[in-house]
Ligand binder design. Sequence first.
Ligand code: SF4
Length: 311
Amino acid sequence: MYINELEKLSIKELSEYLRAINDKNQKESIDSLRSYLPKESQIVSRETIENRLLRNLIKDYYNRLDLEKVKEEFLVKGLLNRNQKLEKGLPKDILIYGLELLPADYTPGINLCPKAGTCKDSCLAFSGFARYQSFDSSEKELTLNVVLKARARRTFLFKNDRKFFEEILKMEIEYNAFKAKKANTRTFFRLNVFSDINFTKLIKELPEISFYDYTKDWKRSSFSNYHLTYSSSEKVSEKDILSKLESGSNVAMVFPKVLPEFFKGFKVINGDINDLRVYDSNSVIVGLTLKGTIGSKSKKVNSFSESSSLL
Ligand code: SF4
């Protein structure tokens, strides 16, 4: 089976196909699924089917959204989340608010990670509890996980009413920063948890508030209240990486299992301990270990060619 043939399958067909592949005891049901496919087809990998299904589910959900309802929802409950993963390993008086959208080109008509390469197939946006969609027993189809649905609605709002989106985002950031100051806590904002949008203008309008990001946009720059860690990918060369490090910037890199102490003469720190990068020394490699996401298992890791899944 070829990828373009896979695109022709409905969500139901893809769901059943995947269910059979997941059910190791029912080899015969996998065989029966071949009835969906042209005779000359070959079977594609499970990761490819999962990815196609995910894209179809997102598209199906996204195309049914109503802008007025989505605006009303986020006006009331806000766009930011305090995600446990972002605060993991940090002292209790540090709060991190993140903006979670859907990455890359997973939503129709917009690409929120213009510099993404192969990382979009193994992005952490689809890992953990959000990794998979639950079965709907009555329909015998997979449905989109509630977490991914919320990210799809935020992305929909970003695409369809950017002005409104930025207005409520700015108000929410200011309110949370004010609350944190009153409570004597340190607060940081990460606006690209699963995206790579240039929010420079908005961040510059809030000079008293601290932001950080990982980015694959190597032309973007840090400034006083915005800390950037550059993510390596197959699109940047070893020379580019070394030159960033030599200039004092930090670069995040994925390693297969164990982090080395040094790499190409630069210190490697453990980026898995916590997500907050603003206290890192300059000119360090932020080492990350490969996470289990859709697609990551089939990827080979090469220090200078593998992308960061954290960005
Ligand atoms: S790894 Fe980063 S750049 Fe790549 S798709 Fe995910 S959020 Fe976007």
